[in-house]
Design a protein around this ligand. Structure first.
Ligand code: NAD
Length: 494
């Protein structure tokens, strides 16, 4: 376990902000009590970041030289992958099976952005005058990365790797429910020899330290992943200082099963899409539309399969669904289900805590399937961020497109059919950042990711993901070697 000190501009220091308690939600035991970052801690980190970023020792590096740091960080994550996985499991209650994958994916992200950095070109633009015209990309300066608790090491890497690759200094603020794994990342970054000051990890309250990072004039961009309400507030503050922001926000993603789909492929994908990570995933396929012709038989089979999912301790390799991140979050999920039942929903399975006494001390909640409500019901509109699926019937293609699009969110969508042209038409018609056809929740660092509507703006990942952390600059270089004709005559005989 990290010892609870913060990484403030390259120095390990005890925080001077409010206390944060990291809890293992599988049994309620305390992982670590630490003091979060105060405004003063944040200001010190910003000052150190500013000096380090301006230093030619960093700013003057060629891309391939900067890339070496990213490769070393990737190596460090790989060498410590098991430790990172275990810390993250303690911090979030995610299964070890999943946190091992997240650690591997974080290493891959650093390696990928090192490679992107080495292979991105500046551009020579078409010549239209007597000048050589070029586009070059500069670092922005200081970047703040603000991340949620659900997949900390992966979402941290997704922001920190491209922002460092682009030549910036990065200030990372993890969520208070999961402060530890980011501090472990700081240890690895330090061991990789990154110049002091370029990276800080500042767990702390969103209101205090988050607001400081968003509003401070030296922060040139905020990359935020979290709830839509918080994202909207950050966008308002950013507008005041005309600062660009990337916002990766919530979702209520539709999954559509046509009558011609392979039922078992669809059921396995749907279960993974909603119940893996105990539903605590922005892209969770939370609204399931099933074509009327197969609806009843398909839903009955889906419910039976749901009841076979193994709910258990995150350290048990057999576990598919572990606890939620925090007892308070479990209470919130329970309240959503109670409200849905009060609104007239039918409970098909779940809807309660497991009875196994071995799980009694943890924040567990059974995989839950609801039905019998229209798409306008609250349970179909609001993000729950837990293991709760709501099933709706549909008649035909145009109706399901309209229903899928009838949502404030636009993050992801799943389509199950054997008819590829239909999948293509439907996928293109739905307003969403990602479409999965006969699969769900697949990810690749080389494929851009982001949302539409209330699910956010801008894209992360992919080659262009690095450009988000750079400023484009145009350079004109004279090719004539003669004084400008506008003033040439006044120089004659001078
Ligand atoms: P949250 O919005 O409460 O917090 C996210 C981060 O923002 C935390 O670090 C928090 O401390 C900080 N924060 C809170 N208030 C702030 C403020 N006023 N100024 C600056 N920072 C502030 O979200 P959460 O509960 O931690 O995470 C769950 C949410 O994240 C869900 O809505 C989920 O859909 C979303 N999410 C989105 C994606 C995506 O890529 N689209 C991925 C994961 C999670």
């Amino acid at each position: 376990m990290p010892d609870g000190r913060l990484f403030v501009g390259g120095e390990w220091e005890a925080g001077t902000g409010p206390e944060i308690t990291s809890v293992f939600p599988a049994d309620g035991s305390v992982n670590r009590v630490l003091r979060g970052a105060s405004r003063q801690d944040g200001l010190r980190a910003i000052a150190r970041a500013k000096a380090a970023q301006a230093d030619p020792a960093w700013r003057g590096l060629k891309p391939h030289e900067r890339a070496r740091y990213l490769y070393r960080i990737a190596d460090g994550i790989e060498a410590n992958a098991e430790r990172i996985a275990r810390i993250q499991t303690r911090d979030t209650g995610k299964t070890l099976r999943e946190t091992r994958m997240l650690a591997a994916s974080a290493a891959g992200t650093f390696r990928y952005f090192g490679a992107v950095l080495e292979s991105m070109d500046d551009a020579l633009t078409a010549q239209r005058g007597d000048a050589l015209t070029m586009s070059v990309w500069e670092p922005l300066g200081l970047v703040a990365a603000i991340t949620p608790w659900n997949s900390p090491i992966a979402s941290d890497a997704q922001k920190v790797a491209p922002a460092l690759a682009a030549g910036n200094a990065v200030l990372l603020k993890p969520a208070s429910w999961s402060p530890l794994v980011a501090l472990e990342l700081a240890r690895i970054v330090e061991a990789a020899g990154l110049p002091k000051g370029l990276f800080s990890v500042l767990p702390g309250s969103g209101r205090e330290i988050g607001t400081l990072l968003v509003e401070h004039p030296d922060i040139a961009r905020v990359s935020f992943t979290g709830g839509t309400g918080t994202g909207r507030q950050i966008a308002r503050q950013a507008a005041e200082k005309l600062m660009p922001v990337s916002l990766e926000l919530g979702g209520k993603s539709p999954t559509i099963v046509f009558a011609d789909a392979d039922p078992d492929l669809a059921i396995a994908g749907i279960l993974f899409g909603i119940f893996s990570s105990t539903g605590q995933s922005c892209i969770a396929g939370a609204r399931l539309f099933v074509q009327r012709a197969i609806h009843d038989a398909f839903v009955a089979r889906l419910v039976r399969a749901t009841e076979r999912l193994r709910v258990g301790h995150p350290h048990d390799p057999a576990t598919q669904v572990s606890c939620l991140v925090h007892p308070d979050h479990r209470d919130a999920v329970e309240a959503h289900v109670a409200a849905a039942l009060a609104e007239g929903a039918t409970l098909l399975t779940g809807g309660r805590r497991p009875e196994d006494p071995a799980l009694a001390g943890g924040a567990y909640y059974l995989p839950t399937v609801l039905a019998g409500v229209p798409n306008s019901a609250r349970i179909c509109r609001e993000e729950i961020f837990g293991p709760v699926l709501v099933v709706l019937p549909f008649e035909d293609e145009s109706e399901v497109i309209a229903q899928a699009n009838d949502s404030d969110y636009g993050l992801a969508c799943g389509i199950w059919t054997r008819d590829f042209p239909k999948a293509w038409r439907v996928g293109r018609a739905i307003t969403t950042g990602t479409v999965w056809i006969n699969t769900y929740k697949q990810f690749s660092i080389s494929t851009p990711f982001g949302g539409e509507k209330d699910s956010g703006m801008a894209r992360e990942k992919g080659r262009e993901g690095l450009r988000a952390y750079q400023a484009q600059k145009s350079v004109y270089t004279d090719l004539t070697g003669r004084p400008h004709p506008w003033a040439a005559d006044v120089l004659e005989g001078l």
